[in-house]
Write a protein that binds this ligand. Structure first.
Ligand code: 4AD
Ligand code: MG
Length: 447
């Protein structure tokens, strides 16, 4: 009895009979030959039925199989460079085929291009398609590599709460809900504040989970629910934080290159672009970035572009500004020392320059822009309280957070990495909504 083998392992079974369990992705038929492209979750492989080898009714069944029918195939594996599939290069000669279920004939996601709205309405089926399968496999590898690197570098994973009593990243993007007799609760915009408590018990920690922003932005980089990795480190300044980010991102890129070669190839991703992602990354001050942007703005002669590039010191970067900065390098670039006014309340002021804070964003090339945002945190309780008052935040809700600064306060730093942005960049895709299984945006909560 042949054994059940997955497509990802098929190269180990050349010349042998195997059992394949999966779904018919595509079917073509030419005279005495029928070709099925079968997917089993681990990959896509071409299976070939030759009329002369099979019972007439078996061959007939194969030539009439609807797309997405579930099947169990017995067949022999052979190597064939021309065979399509992911990874491709192998073929299964069908000896028997059992239909588990013949799919309905009205499968909505036929193999052709669909408009984005139609595809998103059918996301529950769209994820079966090769491109989406490849992207979401890369996502899983990005997430696993992230955990691996942190676990191997002494970080302890902490689960931070999703239901929280106060804002952490500005009050305008909070999802609100009633919380019994306790008043309002909010979906977490970040786990950072809790991780700042966790480091005083565990030194180096991270949380990794869903994050919520009632973000009105309708850009290709924004979701209302996204996954964020957030490391936080005690006794760590801004420079040391950049070392950590650099190490992690380099490891993620190398792991994706190593483990997702077939997926990247299918997506048409230029591997050289990912090979360039290796530490050290350039580190540029906001001041220098601003100088460069102001220079570009002043030199620009096309009025439309000039409007887009409009910039003066003190502004936060828009997507066109980030793109211009990243054009200077073929790898990610750190921009540090942003104006305090455009960043969150908890960032440590620059020594001698209170209008600037010890913040750092990591910008990815090719127009992907900010993938990580982080900072050194304010460690002085008085300065922090003053900043909380200035922002009009309710002091009571931050009592515990302020208390952290009273008992053994130290310089500490952390950052957040947006998983979907990293995945979109690794895959070279346009929009973050394809980098998560079921995207949530302001216009979409179905399916
Ligand atoms: O820059 P952000 O808002 O930083 C924080 O939340 C900090 N508390 C993190 C920390 O220091 N622990 O978000 C961090 C990253 C961004 O760089 C971006 O990659 C991603 O999270 N991100 C989003 N991704 C998708 N959709 C959105 N609406 C996002 N907002 C932020
Ligand atoms: Mg940010």
């Amino acid at each position: 009895m042949p054994s059940h083998v997955s497509v990802s392992n098929i190269s180990n079974y050349v010349g042998q009979d195997i059992i394949l369990k999966g779904w018919v992705y595509n079917r073509t038929h030419k005279g005495k030959l029928a070709f099925l492209l079968v997917r089993d979750g681990s990959g896509f492989v071409q299976c070939v039925a030759f009329k002369g080898d099979l019972q007439p009714e078996t061959f007939d069944r194969i030539t009439h199989l609807p797309q997405e029918s579930s099947v169990i195939i017995t067949g022999s594996v052979r190597e064939d460079q021309r065979a399509p599939g992911i990874p491709g290069g192998y073929e299964v000669g069908i000896k028997d085929l059992q239909i588990v279920q013949a799919a309905d004939l009205d499968y909505p996601m036929a193999l052709k291009d669909h408009g984005p709205d139609f595809a998103l309405d059918h996301r529950h089926l769209w994820i079966r398609m090769q491109s989406q399968w490849a992207i979401l496999r890369v996502r899983a590898v990005v997430m696993a590599a992230t955990r691996q690197w942190l676990d191997e570098n002494g970080f302890v994973e902490m689960s931070t709460p999703i239901l929280t009593p106060a804002a952490a990243e500005g009050t305008t993007t909070l999802f609100e809900t009633e919380y019994f007799d306790e008043g309002k609760a909010y979906l977490a915009q970040t786990g950072q504040l809790y991780n700042e408590a966790n480091i005083f018990a565990f030194g180096k920690v991270y949380c990794f989970g869903p994050t919520f922003r009632a973000e009105k932005s309708k850009t290709r980089r924004h979701l209302t629910e996204f996954w964020m990795l957030e490391p936080e480190i005690a006794f760590c300044d801004l420079d040391q934080l950049m070392d950590v980010e650099e190490g992690l991102i380099t490891f993620i890129a190398q792991t994706v290159l190593e483990k997702c070669a077939a997926e990247l190839k299918f997506l048409g991703r230029d591997a050289v672009k990912l090979e360039n992602i290796s530490a050290p990354f350039p580190r540029m001050s906001y001041d220098d970035a601003a100088k460069h942007l102001i220079d570009l703005y002043e030199k620009e002669t096309d009025p439309e572009r000039k409007e887009l590039l409009k910039f003066e010191w003190g502004m936060d970067f828009g997507a066109p500004h980030e793109t211009e900065i990243t054009k200077l390098y073929d790898k990610p670039v750190f921009v540090y020392g942003y104006p305090s006014a455009v960043k969150a309340f908890y960032m440590e002021p620059w020594p001698g320059r209170p209008e600037v804070c010890k913040s750092v964003d990591l910008l990815a090339p090719e127009g992907y822009g900010e993938i990580c945002g982080g900072s050194e945190r304010m460690s002085d309780p008085e300065k922090l309280l003053a900043r909380i008052h200035k922002e009009g935040l309710p002091e009571e809700a931050y009592k515990w957070y302020l208390e952290l600064r009273k008992y053994g306060s130290v310089a500490h730093s952390g950052f957040g990495m947006g998983v979907e942005r990293v995945v979109a960049w690794m895959c070279g895709i346009e929009h973050v909504r394809e980098a998560i299984p079921f995207p949530r945006t302001i216009k979409r909560i179905y399916p």
